[in-house]
Design a protein. Structure first.
Length: 299
């Protein structure tokens, strides 16, 4: 038997029982997935095993340059990954892509058509960045036709594009209002946010409820992660140990939100092929899932 898989199965016997309380399992209505960036290097089967044993419904995986699968290998490799997930009762809830336009360079049609045929319903777009030496409003208007073409293609294919709000001095979507001024022209099913409460809190400070209320009808996926300030530097940390307000979970649920929830554990570092490192990853997944269930009122 595969050593890592045997390790995961042994570990799950004691840890899985605490991943979600019985009441949480009974009340959970949203699909919960986790971002697998920290597991790059593991086999598809081992990623799926970890997800299933930690109580998730699916994964959000980077299928992009330097991700689990490079764009030029999607046709051959993505079916293998999806099959490994299905064996464990999981899905690829969100595909994180390198796509932000319709182009041959990004292999837009090939990647998205392949994903849609395999049952992937949504993908996270790549970001856009501003040139701070140029007029900001003009740059925002310049992406309109790129978004329009991408949304039209996605509607034809049957896959939903989502734009993640990042924090930073030159990211489109950092203030949320900018991308929403374009997004609001489309039905939520055609173009939505992968709404990131960490970045919203970082950029908005005390005003994050304002941004949330602005975009709440256009949230295609809700990202949960946390951070602390180290001077002026943002440092990610376990959920519940940082600046993100736990009340966000309650607010989200009160809107009747029924879409997917993606847990990001970006603070995890190390080689997942190392058994000791993987053990720490597994424990972190269980811990943050318990915190998340409490925030959402599932505990």
């Amino acid at each position: 038997m595969n050593t890592r898989r045997s390790f995961l199965q042994t570990l799950s016997a004691t840890a899985l029982a605490s991943a979600l309380p019985a009441t949480a399992a009974e009340t959970k209505k949203n699909t919960v997935c986790f971002f697998t960036k920290h597991l790059i290097g593991l086999s598809y089967d081992d990623i799926a095993s970890l997800g299933a044993e930690a109580g998730y419904n699916g994964v959000e995986s980077p299928i992009r340059p330097k991700g689990h699968i490079e764009p030029e290998k999607v046709v051959d490799e993505l079916p293998k990954y999806i099959e490994a997930l299905k064996k464990q009762g999981l899905e690829m809830t969100i595909m994180t892509s390198g796509i932000n336009e319709v182009s041959k360079e990004q292999r837009t049609e090939e990647v998205l058509r392949t994903a849609a045929k395999l049952g992937v319903k949504r993908f996270r777009m790549n970001y856009y960045k501003y040139d701070l030496k140029q007029p900001i409003w003009d740059q925002l208007q310049a992406v309109r036709p790129r978004i329009k073409d991408l949304v039209a293609l996605c509607k034809e294919i049957g896959i939903q594009p989502m734009f993640q709000n990042h924090s930073g001095k030159d990211y489109f979507g950092a203030p949320v209002w900018d991308i929403y001024s374009i997004m609001r022209e489309y039905p939520a099913a055609d173009f939505s946010f992968a709404y990131d409460i960490l970045h919203s809190t970082c950029e908005g400070g005390l005003s994050w409820p304002l941004e949330f209320n602005l975009v709440k009808d256009h949230i295609g996926a809700a990202y949960f992660k946390d951070f602390k300030w180290n001077g002026r530097k943002l440092v990610t940390c376990p959920l519940g140990e940082g600046q993100v307000d736990p009340k966000y979970g309650e607010m989200l649920m009160k809107t009747g939100y029924s879409g997917p929830i993606s847990l990001h554990l970006e603070y995890l570092e190390g080689n997942p092929k190392d058994a000791a490192v993987l053990k720490g990853f597994r424990e972190a997944h269980v811990r943050d899932m318990k915190t998340l269930s409490g925030w959402l009122g599932w505990a």
